[in-house]
Design a protein around this ligand. Structure first.
Ligand SMILES: [Zn+2]
Length: 492
């Protein structure tokens, strides 16, 4: 099977064919930087980080752009509220956003263009749209005329006349029809503004993305991504103005990720399940989540749901993800204790080798099916199960047979390599930074001592002491596991 991608525009999965063979240009709508990022802002970056890694692994040369919207109504409003400048506010939140991406190991983004640094490109497209009759200036504003674009509404299946209600103020704006949207907005007193042929003003949100995406990726992008909530009006309008300007398709594939939902208990005791959003005020800070749970778990959590489905955020889901992820980390530790190492490229022998190849193929099939990371992770669990089964069946933990130990290590190397095509296992073994500051070396020594005390107590049949040690550790969140080759401990 070769790669197929679900296209929101055609509402079906299509074979993946890029504009230039072997090359992929991805544009993902980035944040409007007026507040600290919440976990919903990380969904797109984590998913597309995995998608880019997988495409690179499939021999594509990928360029991935994420824009920063640093001029906007909300930014101006918040800057006034805090008594700071729009620029300062935007810089502060851009730095926070980049810092969370870094903590999560999202390092595949090639460029973060800022709207305020692309005024020339924005003005040029606006001028072209006026020249071609798709836009009209009125009193320092420039409006896109949706009635001139026969295709308008094709992404979200709407007709301009459907939007009469719910579209903000037509009167006094000089708009010809309510669905017309702003390409350029005349400056109001005290607002940040830029010079333009229509007087001082600033761009509309949608035109920023058209200008930045086409500047870096060409007139036709291979993939345009973003959250489902951006489909309308943002992407519909981006599409209309870009295609009206160039006369070419704007994006080959429109990919929309599901939104983060959160379950919270109301004062009445009832559970509420709602979209996570700044306006509802139920957001979970991305920084706090990464610090508390660590990058490995946050990535696992976001990839273990298919990207088009909503992501349910509850402590319970995270705790289940933690257990699922520990299946891998325990296997890695188990194989480490065998004392053998193997290169990633080392071939796995015998029946285990056949199983590894079959699971690798299954993993590829899942990813080729519209980047089904959830299915791909499920296959990785099957592979982990097969390796654990091999370790048990071969009795290698007792026999320490080198051939079997090397074979198990080679299989784990392949499992790790598969995970790394999704960006997984890059932080394995690292404790979340919230736990940092503990002297981990000292903790290790103390745990060794306690395990020894318990083992000695058991040897001398002092089971009360042995049980007390285990119980006490459980109470502080540490689990002991007795294995053929000794006792190991882990948090959780
Ligand atoms: Zn955008």
């Amino acid at each position: 099977m070769s790669l197929r991608v679900y296209n929101s525009l055609t509402r079906q999965k299509e074979p993946f064919q890029t504009v230039h063979p072997g090359k992929v240009g991805i544009y993902l709508c980035g944040p409007t930087v007026y507040k600290s990022p919440h976990i919903g802002h990380m969904v797109g970056p984590v998913i597309f980080d995995a998608i880019k890694r997988y495409l690179v692994h499939s021999d594509y040369q990928v360029t991935w752009i994420v824009n920063i919207t640093d001029v906007d109504d909300k930014l101006i409003e918040k800057a006034n509220e805090y008594g700071t400048s729009m620029k300062e506010l935007a810089e502060k939140h851009t730095a926070e956003y980049l810092s969370v991406l870094k903590s999560l190991g999202i390092d595949q983004i090639d460029r973060f263009p800022k709207a305020t640094e692309h005024m020339a490109e924005i003005i040029k497209i606006t001028q072209e749209l006026i020249a071609k009759g798709f836009a009209y200036p009125v009193d320092g504003n420039v409006w896109f005329d949706v009635t001139k674009d026969a295709d308008y509404g094709k992404l979200t299946n709407r007709r301009p006349e459907d939007q009469e209600s719910g579209t903000r103020q037509t009167e006094g704006s000089g708009k010809r029809s309510p669905a017309d949207f702003a390409l350029w907005k005349a400056a109001k007193p005290g607002e940040p503004s830029w010079d333009s042929p229509w007087g001082k003003g600033r761009p509309g949100w949608h035109i920023e993305c058209s200008a930045m995406s086409m500047k870096y990726l060409g007139d036709t992008l291979d993939i345009h991504g973003g959250g489902l909530d951006l489909q309308f009006p943002h992407h519909e309008n981006e599409l209309a103005q870009s295609e009206s300007c160039t006369g070419k398709p704007f994006a080959r594939y429109w990919m929309h990720n599901g939104l983060t939902r959160i379950k919270t208990k109301a004062a009445s005791g009832e559970w509420k399940d709602e979209k996570m959003s700044g306006s509802i005020g139920n957001v979970v800070s991305a920084r706090e989540l990464v610090d508390k749970y660590g990058p490995e778990l946050v990535r696992y959590f976001l990839l273990s749901t298919h990207y088009r489905r909503p992501i349910e955020f509850t402590e319970e889901v995270l705790s289940n993800c933690q257990k699922a992820l520990s299946v891998f980390t325990r296997l890695f530790e188990r194989v480490d204790r065998l004392g053998a190492t193997a290169a990633t490229a080392a071939e796995v022998q015998g029946d285990l080798g056949k199983e590894v190849s079959a699971y690798r193929q299954k993993f590829t099939d899942m990813m080729d099916d519209d980047f089904n990371t959830a299915g791909a992770i499920a296959v990785m669990h099957e592979l982990a199960g097969a390796i654990n089964g091999y370790i048990e069946k071969s009795g290698v933990e007792k026999s320490k047979d080198q051939t079997a130990a090397v074979n198990a290590a080679a299989a784990v190397a392949q499992l790790k390599a598969v995970g790394q095509t999704l960006g997984m296992f890059r932080f394995v073994g690292q404790q979340p930074s919230a736990g940092k500051g503990e002297d981990t070396g000292l903790v290790d020594q103390l745990m060794k001592l306690l395990i020894q005390v318990r083992a000695d107590a058991r040897k001398s049949k002092n089971f009360a002491t042995a049980d007390a040690v285990r119980k006490g550790l459980t109470e502080i969140g540490i689990t002991l596991e007795d294995r053929a080759d000794g006792t190991v401990w882990r948090k959780g």
